[in-house]
Write a protein that binds this ligand. Structure first.
Ligand code: NAD
Ligand code: UDP
Length: 368
């Protein structure tokens, strides 16, 4: 024990990525709820590198400590295990309220909890913002447009949502979170920003296309999951034993495959969120990539990129699955000067590389 205590006492200080230095005046205390999730953890990296103080609040429903572990112990960083359905009393300048399950299997897993998180949880964050005079950005979603009857969707479109369908727990509670934001804005003078994030970041989609139940927080996934994604997608190398890589890749397509989505890369989204938070504009803003593809086209792009044999399985359409999804981003462009910079092919390429790296890393840590 003595020896181990010595090791703790004299251990070499952990090395962190070098962060920008900000003076006290410019440095903000930023709360990110859901900061251990997929989008949140990338936002954490950006704000930490910019030199801000970042407090992550997460209940680890879909997020993982591993997504932010590289900052644990840094003087500008704090991780709090907390469920936003319960009140939280801290002092901050800005809040990014991202806490909410985001993918259908997750939000449908416990619909009542999803509703509580987006309503009671949002009230708590708005209450906190009111008490400390913080500015709060609500992560809303294109799902507020439901299965849209107008195309492309501008922010002025009120939506077409089935209030009692399987997706309603998410769609309707996100709609209420927007209503709450503007009610707190009007009644309590809370400075609010509403980002309507457009469908699925590329990484999640690749995993979905590989037939793996998407966990959007899979920034760092366990080896088994990675094996199932890469193993199925990767072409067989000459001489490798028969295994997952030799199996035909199974791409599940729900419905006809003619339904469209517009995919954006996470770094573009993070840019947009930061620009919106720091702008004076308070009405909802679509943040998405207007580059629209059918799900079939998407499957074929992935196939071309990763090679190997592919086998598409058509399954029954999901209930209330939106048929067309393409954001009108004129507002984001005019007001924030924002537009997505990473094209789909490049996003997929980066994502595939990421999965390959993670696979190597997991294999390495399994061996040791
Ligand atoms: P994610 O599941 O990876 O992250 C959500 C995080 O919130 C997780 O870390 C989870 O543990 C945490 N969380 C959930 N409920 C909580 C609670 N009650 N208290 C505290 N923490 C809680 O999802 P994501 O893709 O990073 O999405 C982030 C936000 O963006 C969500 O609000 C989501 O609705 C919104 N959004 C995402 C997309 C997308 O394509 N990723 C699209 C539209 C909207
Ligand atoms: N709240 C919170 N942190 C704060 C301030 C408020 O979690 O720093 C919670 C508070 O407990 C309440 C909710 O936010 O449940 C709404 O607060 P508000 O002051 O708007 O309303 P009230 O407390 O009057 O219901």
């Amino acid at each position: 024990l003595e020896q181990r205590l010595k090791e703790i006492e004299y251990r070499i200080p952990k090395k962190y990525p070098e962060v920008n230095f900000l003076t006290y005046k410019d440095r903000k205390r930023v709360l990110i709820t859901g900061g251990a999730g997929f989008v949140g953890s990338h936002l954490v990296d950006r704000l930490m590198m910019e030199g801000h103080e970042v407090i992550v609040v997460d209940n680890f429903f879909t997020g993982r400590k591993r997504n932010v572990e590289h900052w644990i112990g840094h003087e500008n960083f704090e991780l709090i295990h907390h469920d936003i359905v319960n009140p939280l009393f801290i002092e901050v300048d800005q809040i990014y309220n991202l806490a909410s399950p985001a993918s259908p299997p997750h939000y449908m897993h416990n619909p009542v909890k999803t509703i509580k998180t987006n309503t009671v949880g949002t009230i708590n964050m708005l209450g906190l913002a009111k008490r400390v005079g913080a500015r709060v950005l609500i992560a809303s979603t294109s799902e507020v447009y439901g299965d849209p009857e107008v195309h492309p969707q501008t922010e002025s479109y009120w939506g077409h949502v089935n209030p009692i369908g399987p997706r309603a727990c998410y769609d309707e509670s996100k709609r209420v979170s927007e209503t709450l934001a503007y009610s707190y804005g009007k009644q309590e003078n809370v400075a609010v920003r509403v980002a309507r994030i457009l469908t699925r970041t590329v990484l999640v989609c690749i995993a979905t296309m590989a037939g793996w139940c998407p966990t959007s927080s899979s920034r760092h996934s366990p080896a088994k999951t990675l094996l199932s994604v890469i193993g199925i997608m990767a072409p067989k190398r000459p001489g490798t034993p028969t295994g997952a890589s030799e199996k035909k890749r199974k791409n599940n397509i729900y419905g006809s495959g003619k339904q469209t989505r517009s995919f954006q890369y996470v770094s573009d989204l993070v840019d947009g969120l930061i620009k919106l938070q720091n702008n004076n504009y308070s009405l909802p803003v679509n943040l998405g990539n207007p580059d629209e593809h059918t799900i079939e086209e998407f499957a074929s792009i992935i196939h071309t990129m990763v090679g190997g044999k592919s086998h598409i399985i058509h399954k029954d359409a999901m209930e209330d699955d939106p048929q067309r999804r393409k954001p009108d981003i004129t507002r984001a462009n005019n007001i924030l000067g924002w537009q997505p910079l990473v094209p789909l092919q490049q996003g997929i390429k980066k994502t595939v590389e990421y999965f390959r790296r993670e696979l190597m890393r997991s294999k390495h840590s399994e061996r040791n």
